[in-house]
Design a protein around this ligand. Sequence first.
Ligand SMILES: CC(C)(COP(=O)(O)OP(=O)(O)OC[C@H]1O[C@@H](n2cnc3c(N)ncnc32)[C@H](O)[C@@H]1OP(=O)(O)O)[C@@H](O)C(=O)NCCC(=O)NCCS
Length: 322
Amino acid sequence: MIYTKIKGTGSYVPKKVMTNEDLKQFVDTSDEWIVSRTGIKERHIVTDEFTVDLAEKASLKAIEDAGIDKSEIDIVIVATVTPDNAFPGIGNLLQGRLGLERVMTFDINAACSGFLYALEIADKMIKSGAYNNALIVGAETLTRLTDWRDRNTCVLFGDAAGAMIISKSDTNSIKDVICGSVSDSDGHLICNNVDIKDPAVNAVSVQDHIHMNGREVFKFATRIMPKTIRDLLERNNMVLDDLDYIVAHQANERIINKAARDLGYSMDKMFLNISKYGNTSSASVPLAIDEAIKTKKINKGDLFATVAFGGGFTWGGAIIEL
Ligand SMILES: CC(C)(COP(=O)(O)OP(=O)(O)OC[C@H]1O[C@@H](n2cnc3c(N)ncnc32)[C@H](O)[C@@H]1OP(=O)(O)O)[C@@H](O)C(=O)NCCC(=O)NCCS
């Protein structure tokens, strides 16, 4: 039987910090509103960096943390909704930056659940016996898609990357991963692609911004997060008390609070770092797991669950023993 484990983690955020106070130069908002409705105090935003730059910096830290040689990596998967190009993908660019040889690289788009999708794919690819070490990354420069005149959305997002090395193991550490998707046919959370128009009519292509119906997304999130945790526990014959910690996608502190209440789980054991970073989409989960491990909230031998939801709608969750 082939098992898998987390061998190393790393994360990176751009230097520039934008506080709630700073946002007042773009939109009619207040620190009090943003903190009370979301828990966000500040976020990091890119100035001259691209998604691949963030991905590279987080990956180097994860590789160092894992203590492996770069040549041992045989899969690179990057979850992102903000790739720097239509092609080549960030995974491919990252391969070049890291100087990796003979690896399969690809990007996936499952919005804020993307990292869980990458984990599911890497986990199963390694368990198939064909691969040994996967570098999986969630990297986003979501502030490039943000409409800075829309107070409903621009206060929520930030830029970051988180990375993990997933490796073959003798012990059953990554116990289960589940992912799902349902079509958001009403477009409650959507960012359209660049308009492709006939050049003969001389139309200018425009990159769209994020559109969101916050209340509908809130309802979906608070339903799917507890359900995913319960499904994972049931599939693995576990109970809530078996979990030492839950690391949820950092989209809104109120969503995490409600999920904890519905589950009957203590907020003391729900990881929170949203106040510093905002919602960093597919980077949110690996950034949070890296911080939870580095600050010793999750320690060797601990059993934790992670869970995310995102545009699509998509969702994912996992139960992992560190
Ligand atoms: C976006 C969100 C914080 C809004 O909170 P809410 O309590 O639902 O607030 P509402 O949308 O009902 O808006 C309440 C009022 O605040 C106003 N408002 C919205 N954004 C504001 C801001 N940044 N500052 C001040 N006021 C704001 C609204 O215009 C509205 O005013 P009105 O009553 O005069 O119309 C919340 O719905 C949410 O977090 N949803 C999930 C979003 C999410 O997670 N997205 C990413 C998914 S991966």
